[in-house]
Design a protein around this ligand. Structure first.
Ligand code: WTA
Length: 650
């Protein structure tokens, strides 16, 4: 068996090379990934590169190897890149000072905070819930967990107390790291108060470490709650006494969990997606370097929140493993005005800018005025993630931000995939507006029909259309759902035999390019946030007057999808306006305001089959305004409800 892979560099340099590397990566995955993995620092090399079956599923990469991801993010860069900025932090308020952490400084902070964690009793394997705003201490907390081998479970700052309680309980997190509050645009958000509410009945959280960001007063429970700054002082003194600023990195097995990140699926309960140390590290770094074609000295600005997977992979782990400078922004794109992103790009001379289509569409809505006197000439590469990008937004981005000289990478991936799966590589492989295009090396895609059979019949435009599946493992894939492996199997590996099912539909053109058309399951994508319809329904149903509800998505100009709720109400007298407000409040309380319905229609009954299943297909059509063409409704229990619902459409 011959392989040419060893001759190819870590970073692919041309389309020709991509084609060869791709082919070899599929033919000889073990050799290919072993070659890629030589670019990292291991405490002990692997015995076997890959072992897998999708039946259980069991996937293990770099079996027997030992490492610590923070040695790859920090220690190994110190000699050559010690004085290079690792993190540049732009505060919410543009008048506040920026904060920069060189690799040496970040390393020192991570070592100190690892000591703090140890002082507070955190051990390898413990789950640590992190609920903070977008400040450098969030990155420090995450890396310090990884340094001592604790499993971090970051919860997005927009989640409510109830959602936090569910996640803390599911992961059995024994430690929490939070802030007094967070600044986001014109708002101050009280994080510690939300944590207090979430942990009201909690018995097993031992310590809460609180970083003071907004200086609002918070209640601190004696013996449980401690201040970040005090703890850091104690650790600093300990280091001084020992004349060290080093905290040894825990030795992790390649397949030890690195983190849990909760995400929505089609059932009501969020799933704790588990990523492990070695495969995730190799995957996010390899994809970062290749997709963005990162060059030394470039400044990378990913606008995602670290509460979502994009922030984990492309603000923290990918860029830092690659020795890049990662810009972290605390605020929002429209505050103090809609030119904020563009100001940040000019101020910090950003080279790579990675954002979500919903942000682009919302900024498009402000016209070209906020772009006046913005230079943007530092930009080299643009990227999008999180949802399909419509052509109009793609062209606006290309013309007004990239000035037609920056390749745009449209990166398709998921919380479960750890990093980018389908994307063009900037300036190397071809792009096509609103197409994610080609798979990364090592990613074997398949489009199947409802029965799991590979689609082979082209439509009238010469395209193949089907449900997007992945045939073989890649290093960054999820390994399990926390505490419930069967759930992982059922959710991802049971729809089609021996395939990972993404939940997305896709088209494939004559060049083999892929275009993601959106979810084919009951998951919505609202402003790039994944929300399960069942979760929203469960929340709405908690309103006392609600008998039942059905939630569907509908096209929304800025958010991509909006949430349309059909609600059967039982209250004696229905004051529609008031009840709508109440329902929105309940959803805010149970999930968070980002999941609130945009439209609520009160109905007398929902269209159901004789076996009681809600016919969402019909509701989706009504929500989209296709009331004329609802298909066959004769099999419904009560076909008459449909006309009434269609008539009352909002
Ligand atoms: C959607 C975000 C089209 C898709 C990284 C996927 C996309 C879900 C794209 C995962 C893209 C993500 N084009 N659709 N470039 N990127 N999606 O877990 O439906 O928050 O299944 O991960 O977002 O969302 P998640």
């Amino acid at each position: 068996m011959t392989t040419k892979v060893a001759a190819y560099p870590f970073q692919i340099q041309s389309f020709e090379q991509y084609k060869i590397v791709y082919e070899e990566s599929i033919k000889y995955p073990e050799k290919f990934w072993a070659t890629v993995a030589t670019n990292f620092q291991w405490k002990k090399p692997w015995d076997k590169v890959l072992e897998w079956n999708f039946k259980e599923p069991k996937v293990e990469w770099f079996q027997g190897a030992e490492l610590n991801i923070t040695e790859n993010c920090l220690d190994r860069h110190l000699e050559k890149l010690g004085d290079k900025p690792a993190i540049i932090w732009e505060p919410n308020n543009p008048n506040e000072s920026i904060r920069t952490f060189t690799y040496t400084q970040l390393f020192q902070q991570v070592c100190l905070f690892a000591q703090v964690l140890q002082n507070n009793g955190v051990k390898k394997g413990d789950r640590v819930c992190i609920y903070m705003g977008m400040i450098p201490e969030l990155t420090i907390a995450i890396l310090a967990c990884a340094r001592i081998g604790a499993i971090h479970s970051v919860i997005f700052g927009g989640f409510s107390a109830q959602s936090i309680a569910d996640r803390v309980n599911d992961a059995q997190s024994t430690f929490v790291i939070t802030c007094d509050g967070a600044f986001r645009g014109g708002k101050d958000i009280a994080l510690k108060a939300v944590i207090d509410e979430a942990l009201n009945e909690n018995q097993f959280v031992k310590k809460i470490i609180v970083y003071s960001r907004t200086k609002i007063s918070v209640s601190m429970k004696n013996g449980r709650d401690v201040w970040w700054d005090n703890e850091m002082k104690i650790a600093t003194d300990q280091f001084k006494k020992k004349e060290t600023n080093y905290f040894p990195a825990a030795t992790m097995d390649a397949e030890d969990p690195l983190f849990i990140l909760y995400t929505s699926g089609s059932t009501g309960k969020p799933k704790g997606v588990v990523h492990t140390c070695a495969g995730y590290m190799v995957w996010v770094t390899y994809t970062f370097v290749n997709v963005f074609q990162y060059q030394p000295k470039q400044i990378h600005f990913c606008t995602a929140d670290i509460g979502w997977v994009t922030g984990h992979s492309y603000i923290i782990y990918g860029p830092l493993c690659a020795g890049a400078t990662s810009l972290m922004f605390e605020g929002i794109p429209t505050w103090p005005n809609a030119g904020r992103f563009w100001d940040i790009i000019d101020k910090h001379q950003v080279n790579i800018f990675y954002t979500a289509p919903t942000a682009i569409r919302s900024l498009m809505g402000f016209g070209l005025e906020p772009l006046k006197e913005k230079n943007l000439s530092s930009l080299k590469i643009l990227g999008t993630v999180g949802e399909p990008i419509n052509e109009e937004a793609w062209h606006w981005y290309d013309e007004n931000i990239g000035k037609k000289k920056c390749p745009i990478v449209d990166t398709w991936w998921q919380t479960e995939t750890g990093g980018t799966m389908i994307s063009n590589m900037a300036g190397i492989t071809p792009s096509k507006p609103s197409w994610a295009t080609l798979p990364m090396p090592g990613v074997e895609l398949l489009l199947v029909d409802e029965n799991g059979k590979e689609v082979s019949e082209k439509d009238e435009h010469g395209m193949l259309k089907g449900n997007l599946c992945i045939k073989s493992p890649w290093p960054g894939m999820l390994r399990t759902t926390y505490g419930d492996h069967e759930r992982c199997r059922k959710n991802y590996f049971s729809t089609y035999e021996n395939l990972y099912f993404t939940g997305d539909g896709a088209l494939k053109d004559e060049n083999g390019f892929f275009r993601i058309t959106g979810r084919v399951d009951d998951v919505l994508n609202v402003s790039g946030h994944r929300i399960g319809t069942a979760e929203v329904e469960n929340a709405i149903n908690r309103h006392l007057g609600v008998v039942e509800s059905a939630v569907v998505g509908y096209p929304h100009e800025i958010k991509g999808q909006g949430i349309y709720a059909f609600v059967v109400y039982n209250g004696n007298q229905l004051n529609e306006k008031e009840t709508r407000n109440d329902i929105v409040l309940v959803v805010n309380k149970i999930i968070g305001s980002f999941a609130k319905p945009n439209k609520i229609q009160f109905v007398l009954g929902l269209p159901k089959t004789r076996s009681g299943k809600i016919m969402r297909r019909i509701l989706r059509k009504i929500a989209m305004g296709e009331v004329e063409n609802l298909g066959d409704i004769s099999t419904l229990l009560e076909p008459s409800v449909v006309a009434a619902i269609a008539k009352g459409r909002i």
